[in-house]
Design a protein around this ligand. Structure first.
Ligand code: PLP
Length: 427
């Protein structure tokens, strides 16, 4: 058996941790079964009691999902991972696993639209208070707004759609001072471009729907436990005190560093569901096999698009982390040294009308609500993905009426640039 932890991440993308035994299928098969047969009551009882980690029922675990979970934990240098039916479910579970009614959390204000409304709407309804802070907030400011009941800080590696890069050092220092975990949504960067654990993250979430799948076939999410937070600091009784649902089991005592991941699986996933489908796990795993190649091409194509747009007279401004003019350039060099990922945002001259005309005139690039796919497409966030946000929230999130979010695919760069040129020439 090979030990895959020492391989380069490119090799880990291809191989993961799945190893076929003699005469077994080389490709991890799809186990399309909701349930599993046991020989004896005692054996099934042991599984129910969490004494053995064998599958019981697919809602809380399935061998095809395990193959993907182990690979994603490997790629993110974590110790355990739990997949979910969508990125939204992953974000929700990552928070609900350690925060409840009466608690408070801190989040950066430049979040993905769906996450912003989840935090400001649903979590509020559930009694979890959220304070949003500017991405540029200092350690002292963040620590200053923390309270006795503050349970976590939530941030994204690359903000959406303004593409500001997280100041990991700053935010992780604040989290350490408050003694709470830092949860990072690493969807836009992927583990190939950034490993948040290296920069102080404790929990990592992804919408696997985006680059990890990469082919726009499967909705999915994952929560990865880095195993590097001490839950026994008195703030997380759900992890450090006896659990009635499992005969007074104490997660941190029984599962050590993986306490958070096990609690998420045996609590939220068991009781609420939102489990990834085995077929989606299979397709997502297939996608991850080429993640390293795709992210390199996405990044080089996107940089070329950003440089092209920056010189174009019909373009007002361009934002891409690896452009020297980006406010995040220094952070990008520090935290995204391999590339800036595939999303470019830019403001077209002529406001909202020109932005919509650009979208309607594109030929190679398609209009779809998505990011992180190998095809090129674009959207006008102010009238679509972020339209639920108030004007004030839009401005706070940096979403101007003329902003276009351009997802640069892995087609030939000449064709992509030609399409942008023909589109701009008609405006
Ligand atoms: C898409 C996305 C999500 C939500 O994921 P779904 O799989 O669509 O539910 C969360 N965070 C980020 C950064 C995303 O891009």
């Amino acid at each position: 058996m090979t030990n895959t932890t020492n391989f380069d991440i490119a090799t880990q993308c291809v191989k993961g941790t799945y190893q076929a035994g003699n005469t077994e299928p080389m490709v991890a098969p799809i186990i399309q079964s909701t349930t599993y047969r046991y020989d004896s009551s005692d054996s099934l009882a042991a599984a129910f009691n969490l004494e053995q980690a064998t599958p019981i029922y697919t809602r809380i675990g399935n061998p095809t999902l395990s193959v993907l979970e182990e690979k994603l934990a490997l790629l993110e240098k974590g110790i355990a991972a739990v997949t979910t039916a969508s990125g939204q479910a992953a974000v929700f579970y990552s928070i609900a696993n350690i925060a409840q009614a009466g608690d408070h959390i801190i989040a950066l204000s430049n979040l993905y639209g769906g996450t912003y409304t989840l935090l400001s709407g649903i979590l509020k309804q559930l009694g979890i208070k959220v304070t949003f802070v500017e991405p540029s907030a200092s350690v002292a400011e963040i620590v200053g707004i923390s309270q006795e009941n503050t349970k976590l800080i939530f941030a994204e590696t690359i903000g959406n759609p303004c593409l500001d890069v997280l100041d990991f050092e700053n935010v992780s220092r604040a989290a350490k001072q408050i003694d709470i975990p830092l949860i990072v949504d690493n969807t836009f960067a992927t583990p190939y471009l950034c490993n948040p654990k290296d920069f102080g993250a404790n929990i990592i979430v992804h919408s696997t729907t985006k680059y990890l799948d990469g082919h726009a076939t499967s909705l999915g999410g994952v929560v990865i436990d880095c195993g590097n937070f001490n839950w026994n600091n008195g703030k997380f009784p759900g992890l450090s005190e006896p659990n009635e649902a499992y005969h007074d089991l104490i997660y941190t005592e029984t599962f050590g560093d993986a306490a958070y991941a096990v609690k998420l699986r045996t609590g939220l996933l068991r009781d609420i569901g939102a489990t990834l489908a085995p077929f989606n796990a299979f397709l997502t795993n297939l996608g991850t096999e080429t993640l390293h190649l795709r992210m390199e091409r996405h990044s080089s194509n996107a940089l070329a698009v950003a440089q092209f747009l920056e010189k174009h007279p019909k373009v007002e401004w361009v934002n891409y982390p690896h452009l020297a003019s980006s406010p995040s350039y220094d952070l990008a060099k520090k935290y995204l040294s391999r590339g800036g990922s595939g999303v470019v945002s830019f403001g077209i001259k002529g406001g909202s009308e020109a932005a919509k005309k650009f979208i309607d005139t594109m030929q190679l690039a398609m209009l779809v609500t998505h990011v992180g796919d190998l095809r090129t497409f674009a959207i006008h966030p102010a009238s679509t993905t972020h339209r639920q946000l108030s004007d004030e929230a839009l401005e706070k999130a940096g979403i101007t009426p003329n902003l276009i979010r351009y997802n640069v695919g892995i087609e030939h760069i000449d064709d992509i640039l030609r399409d942008i040129e023909q589109t701009l020439s008609q405006i």
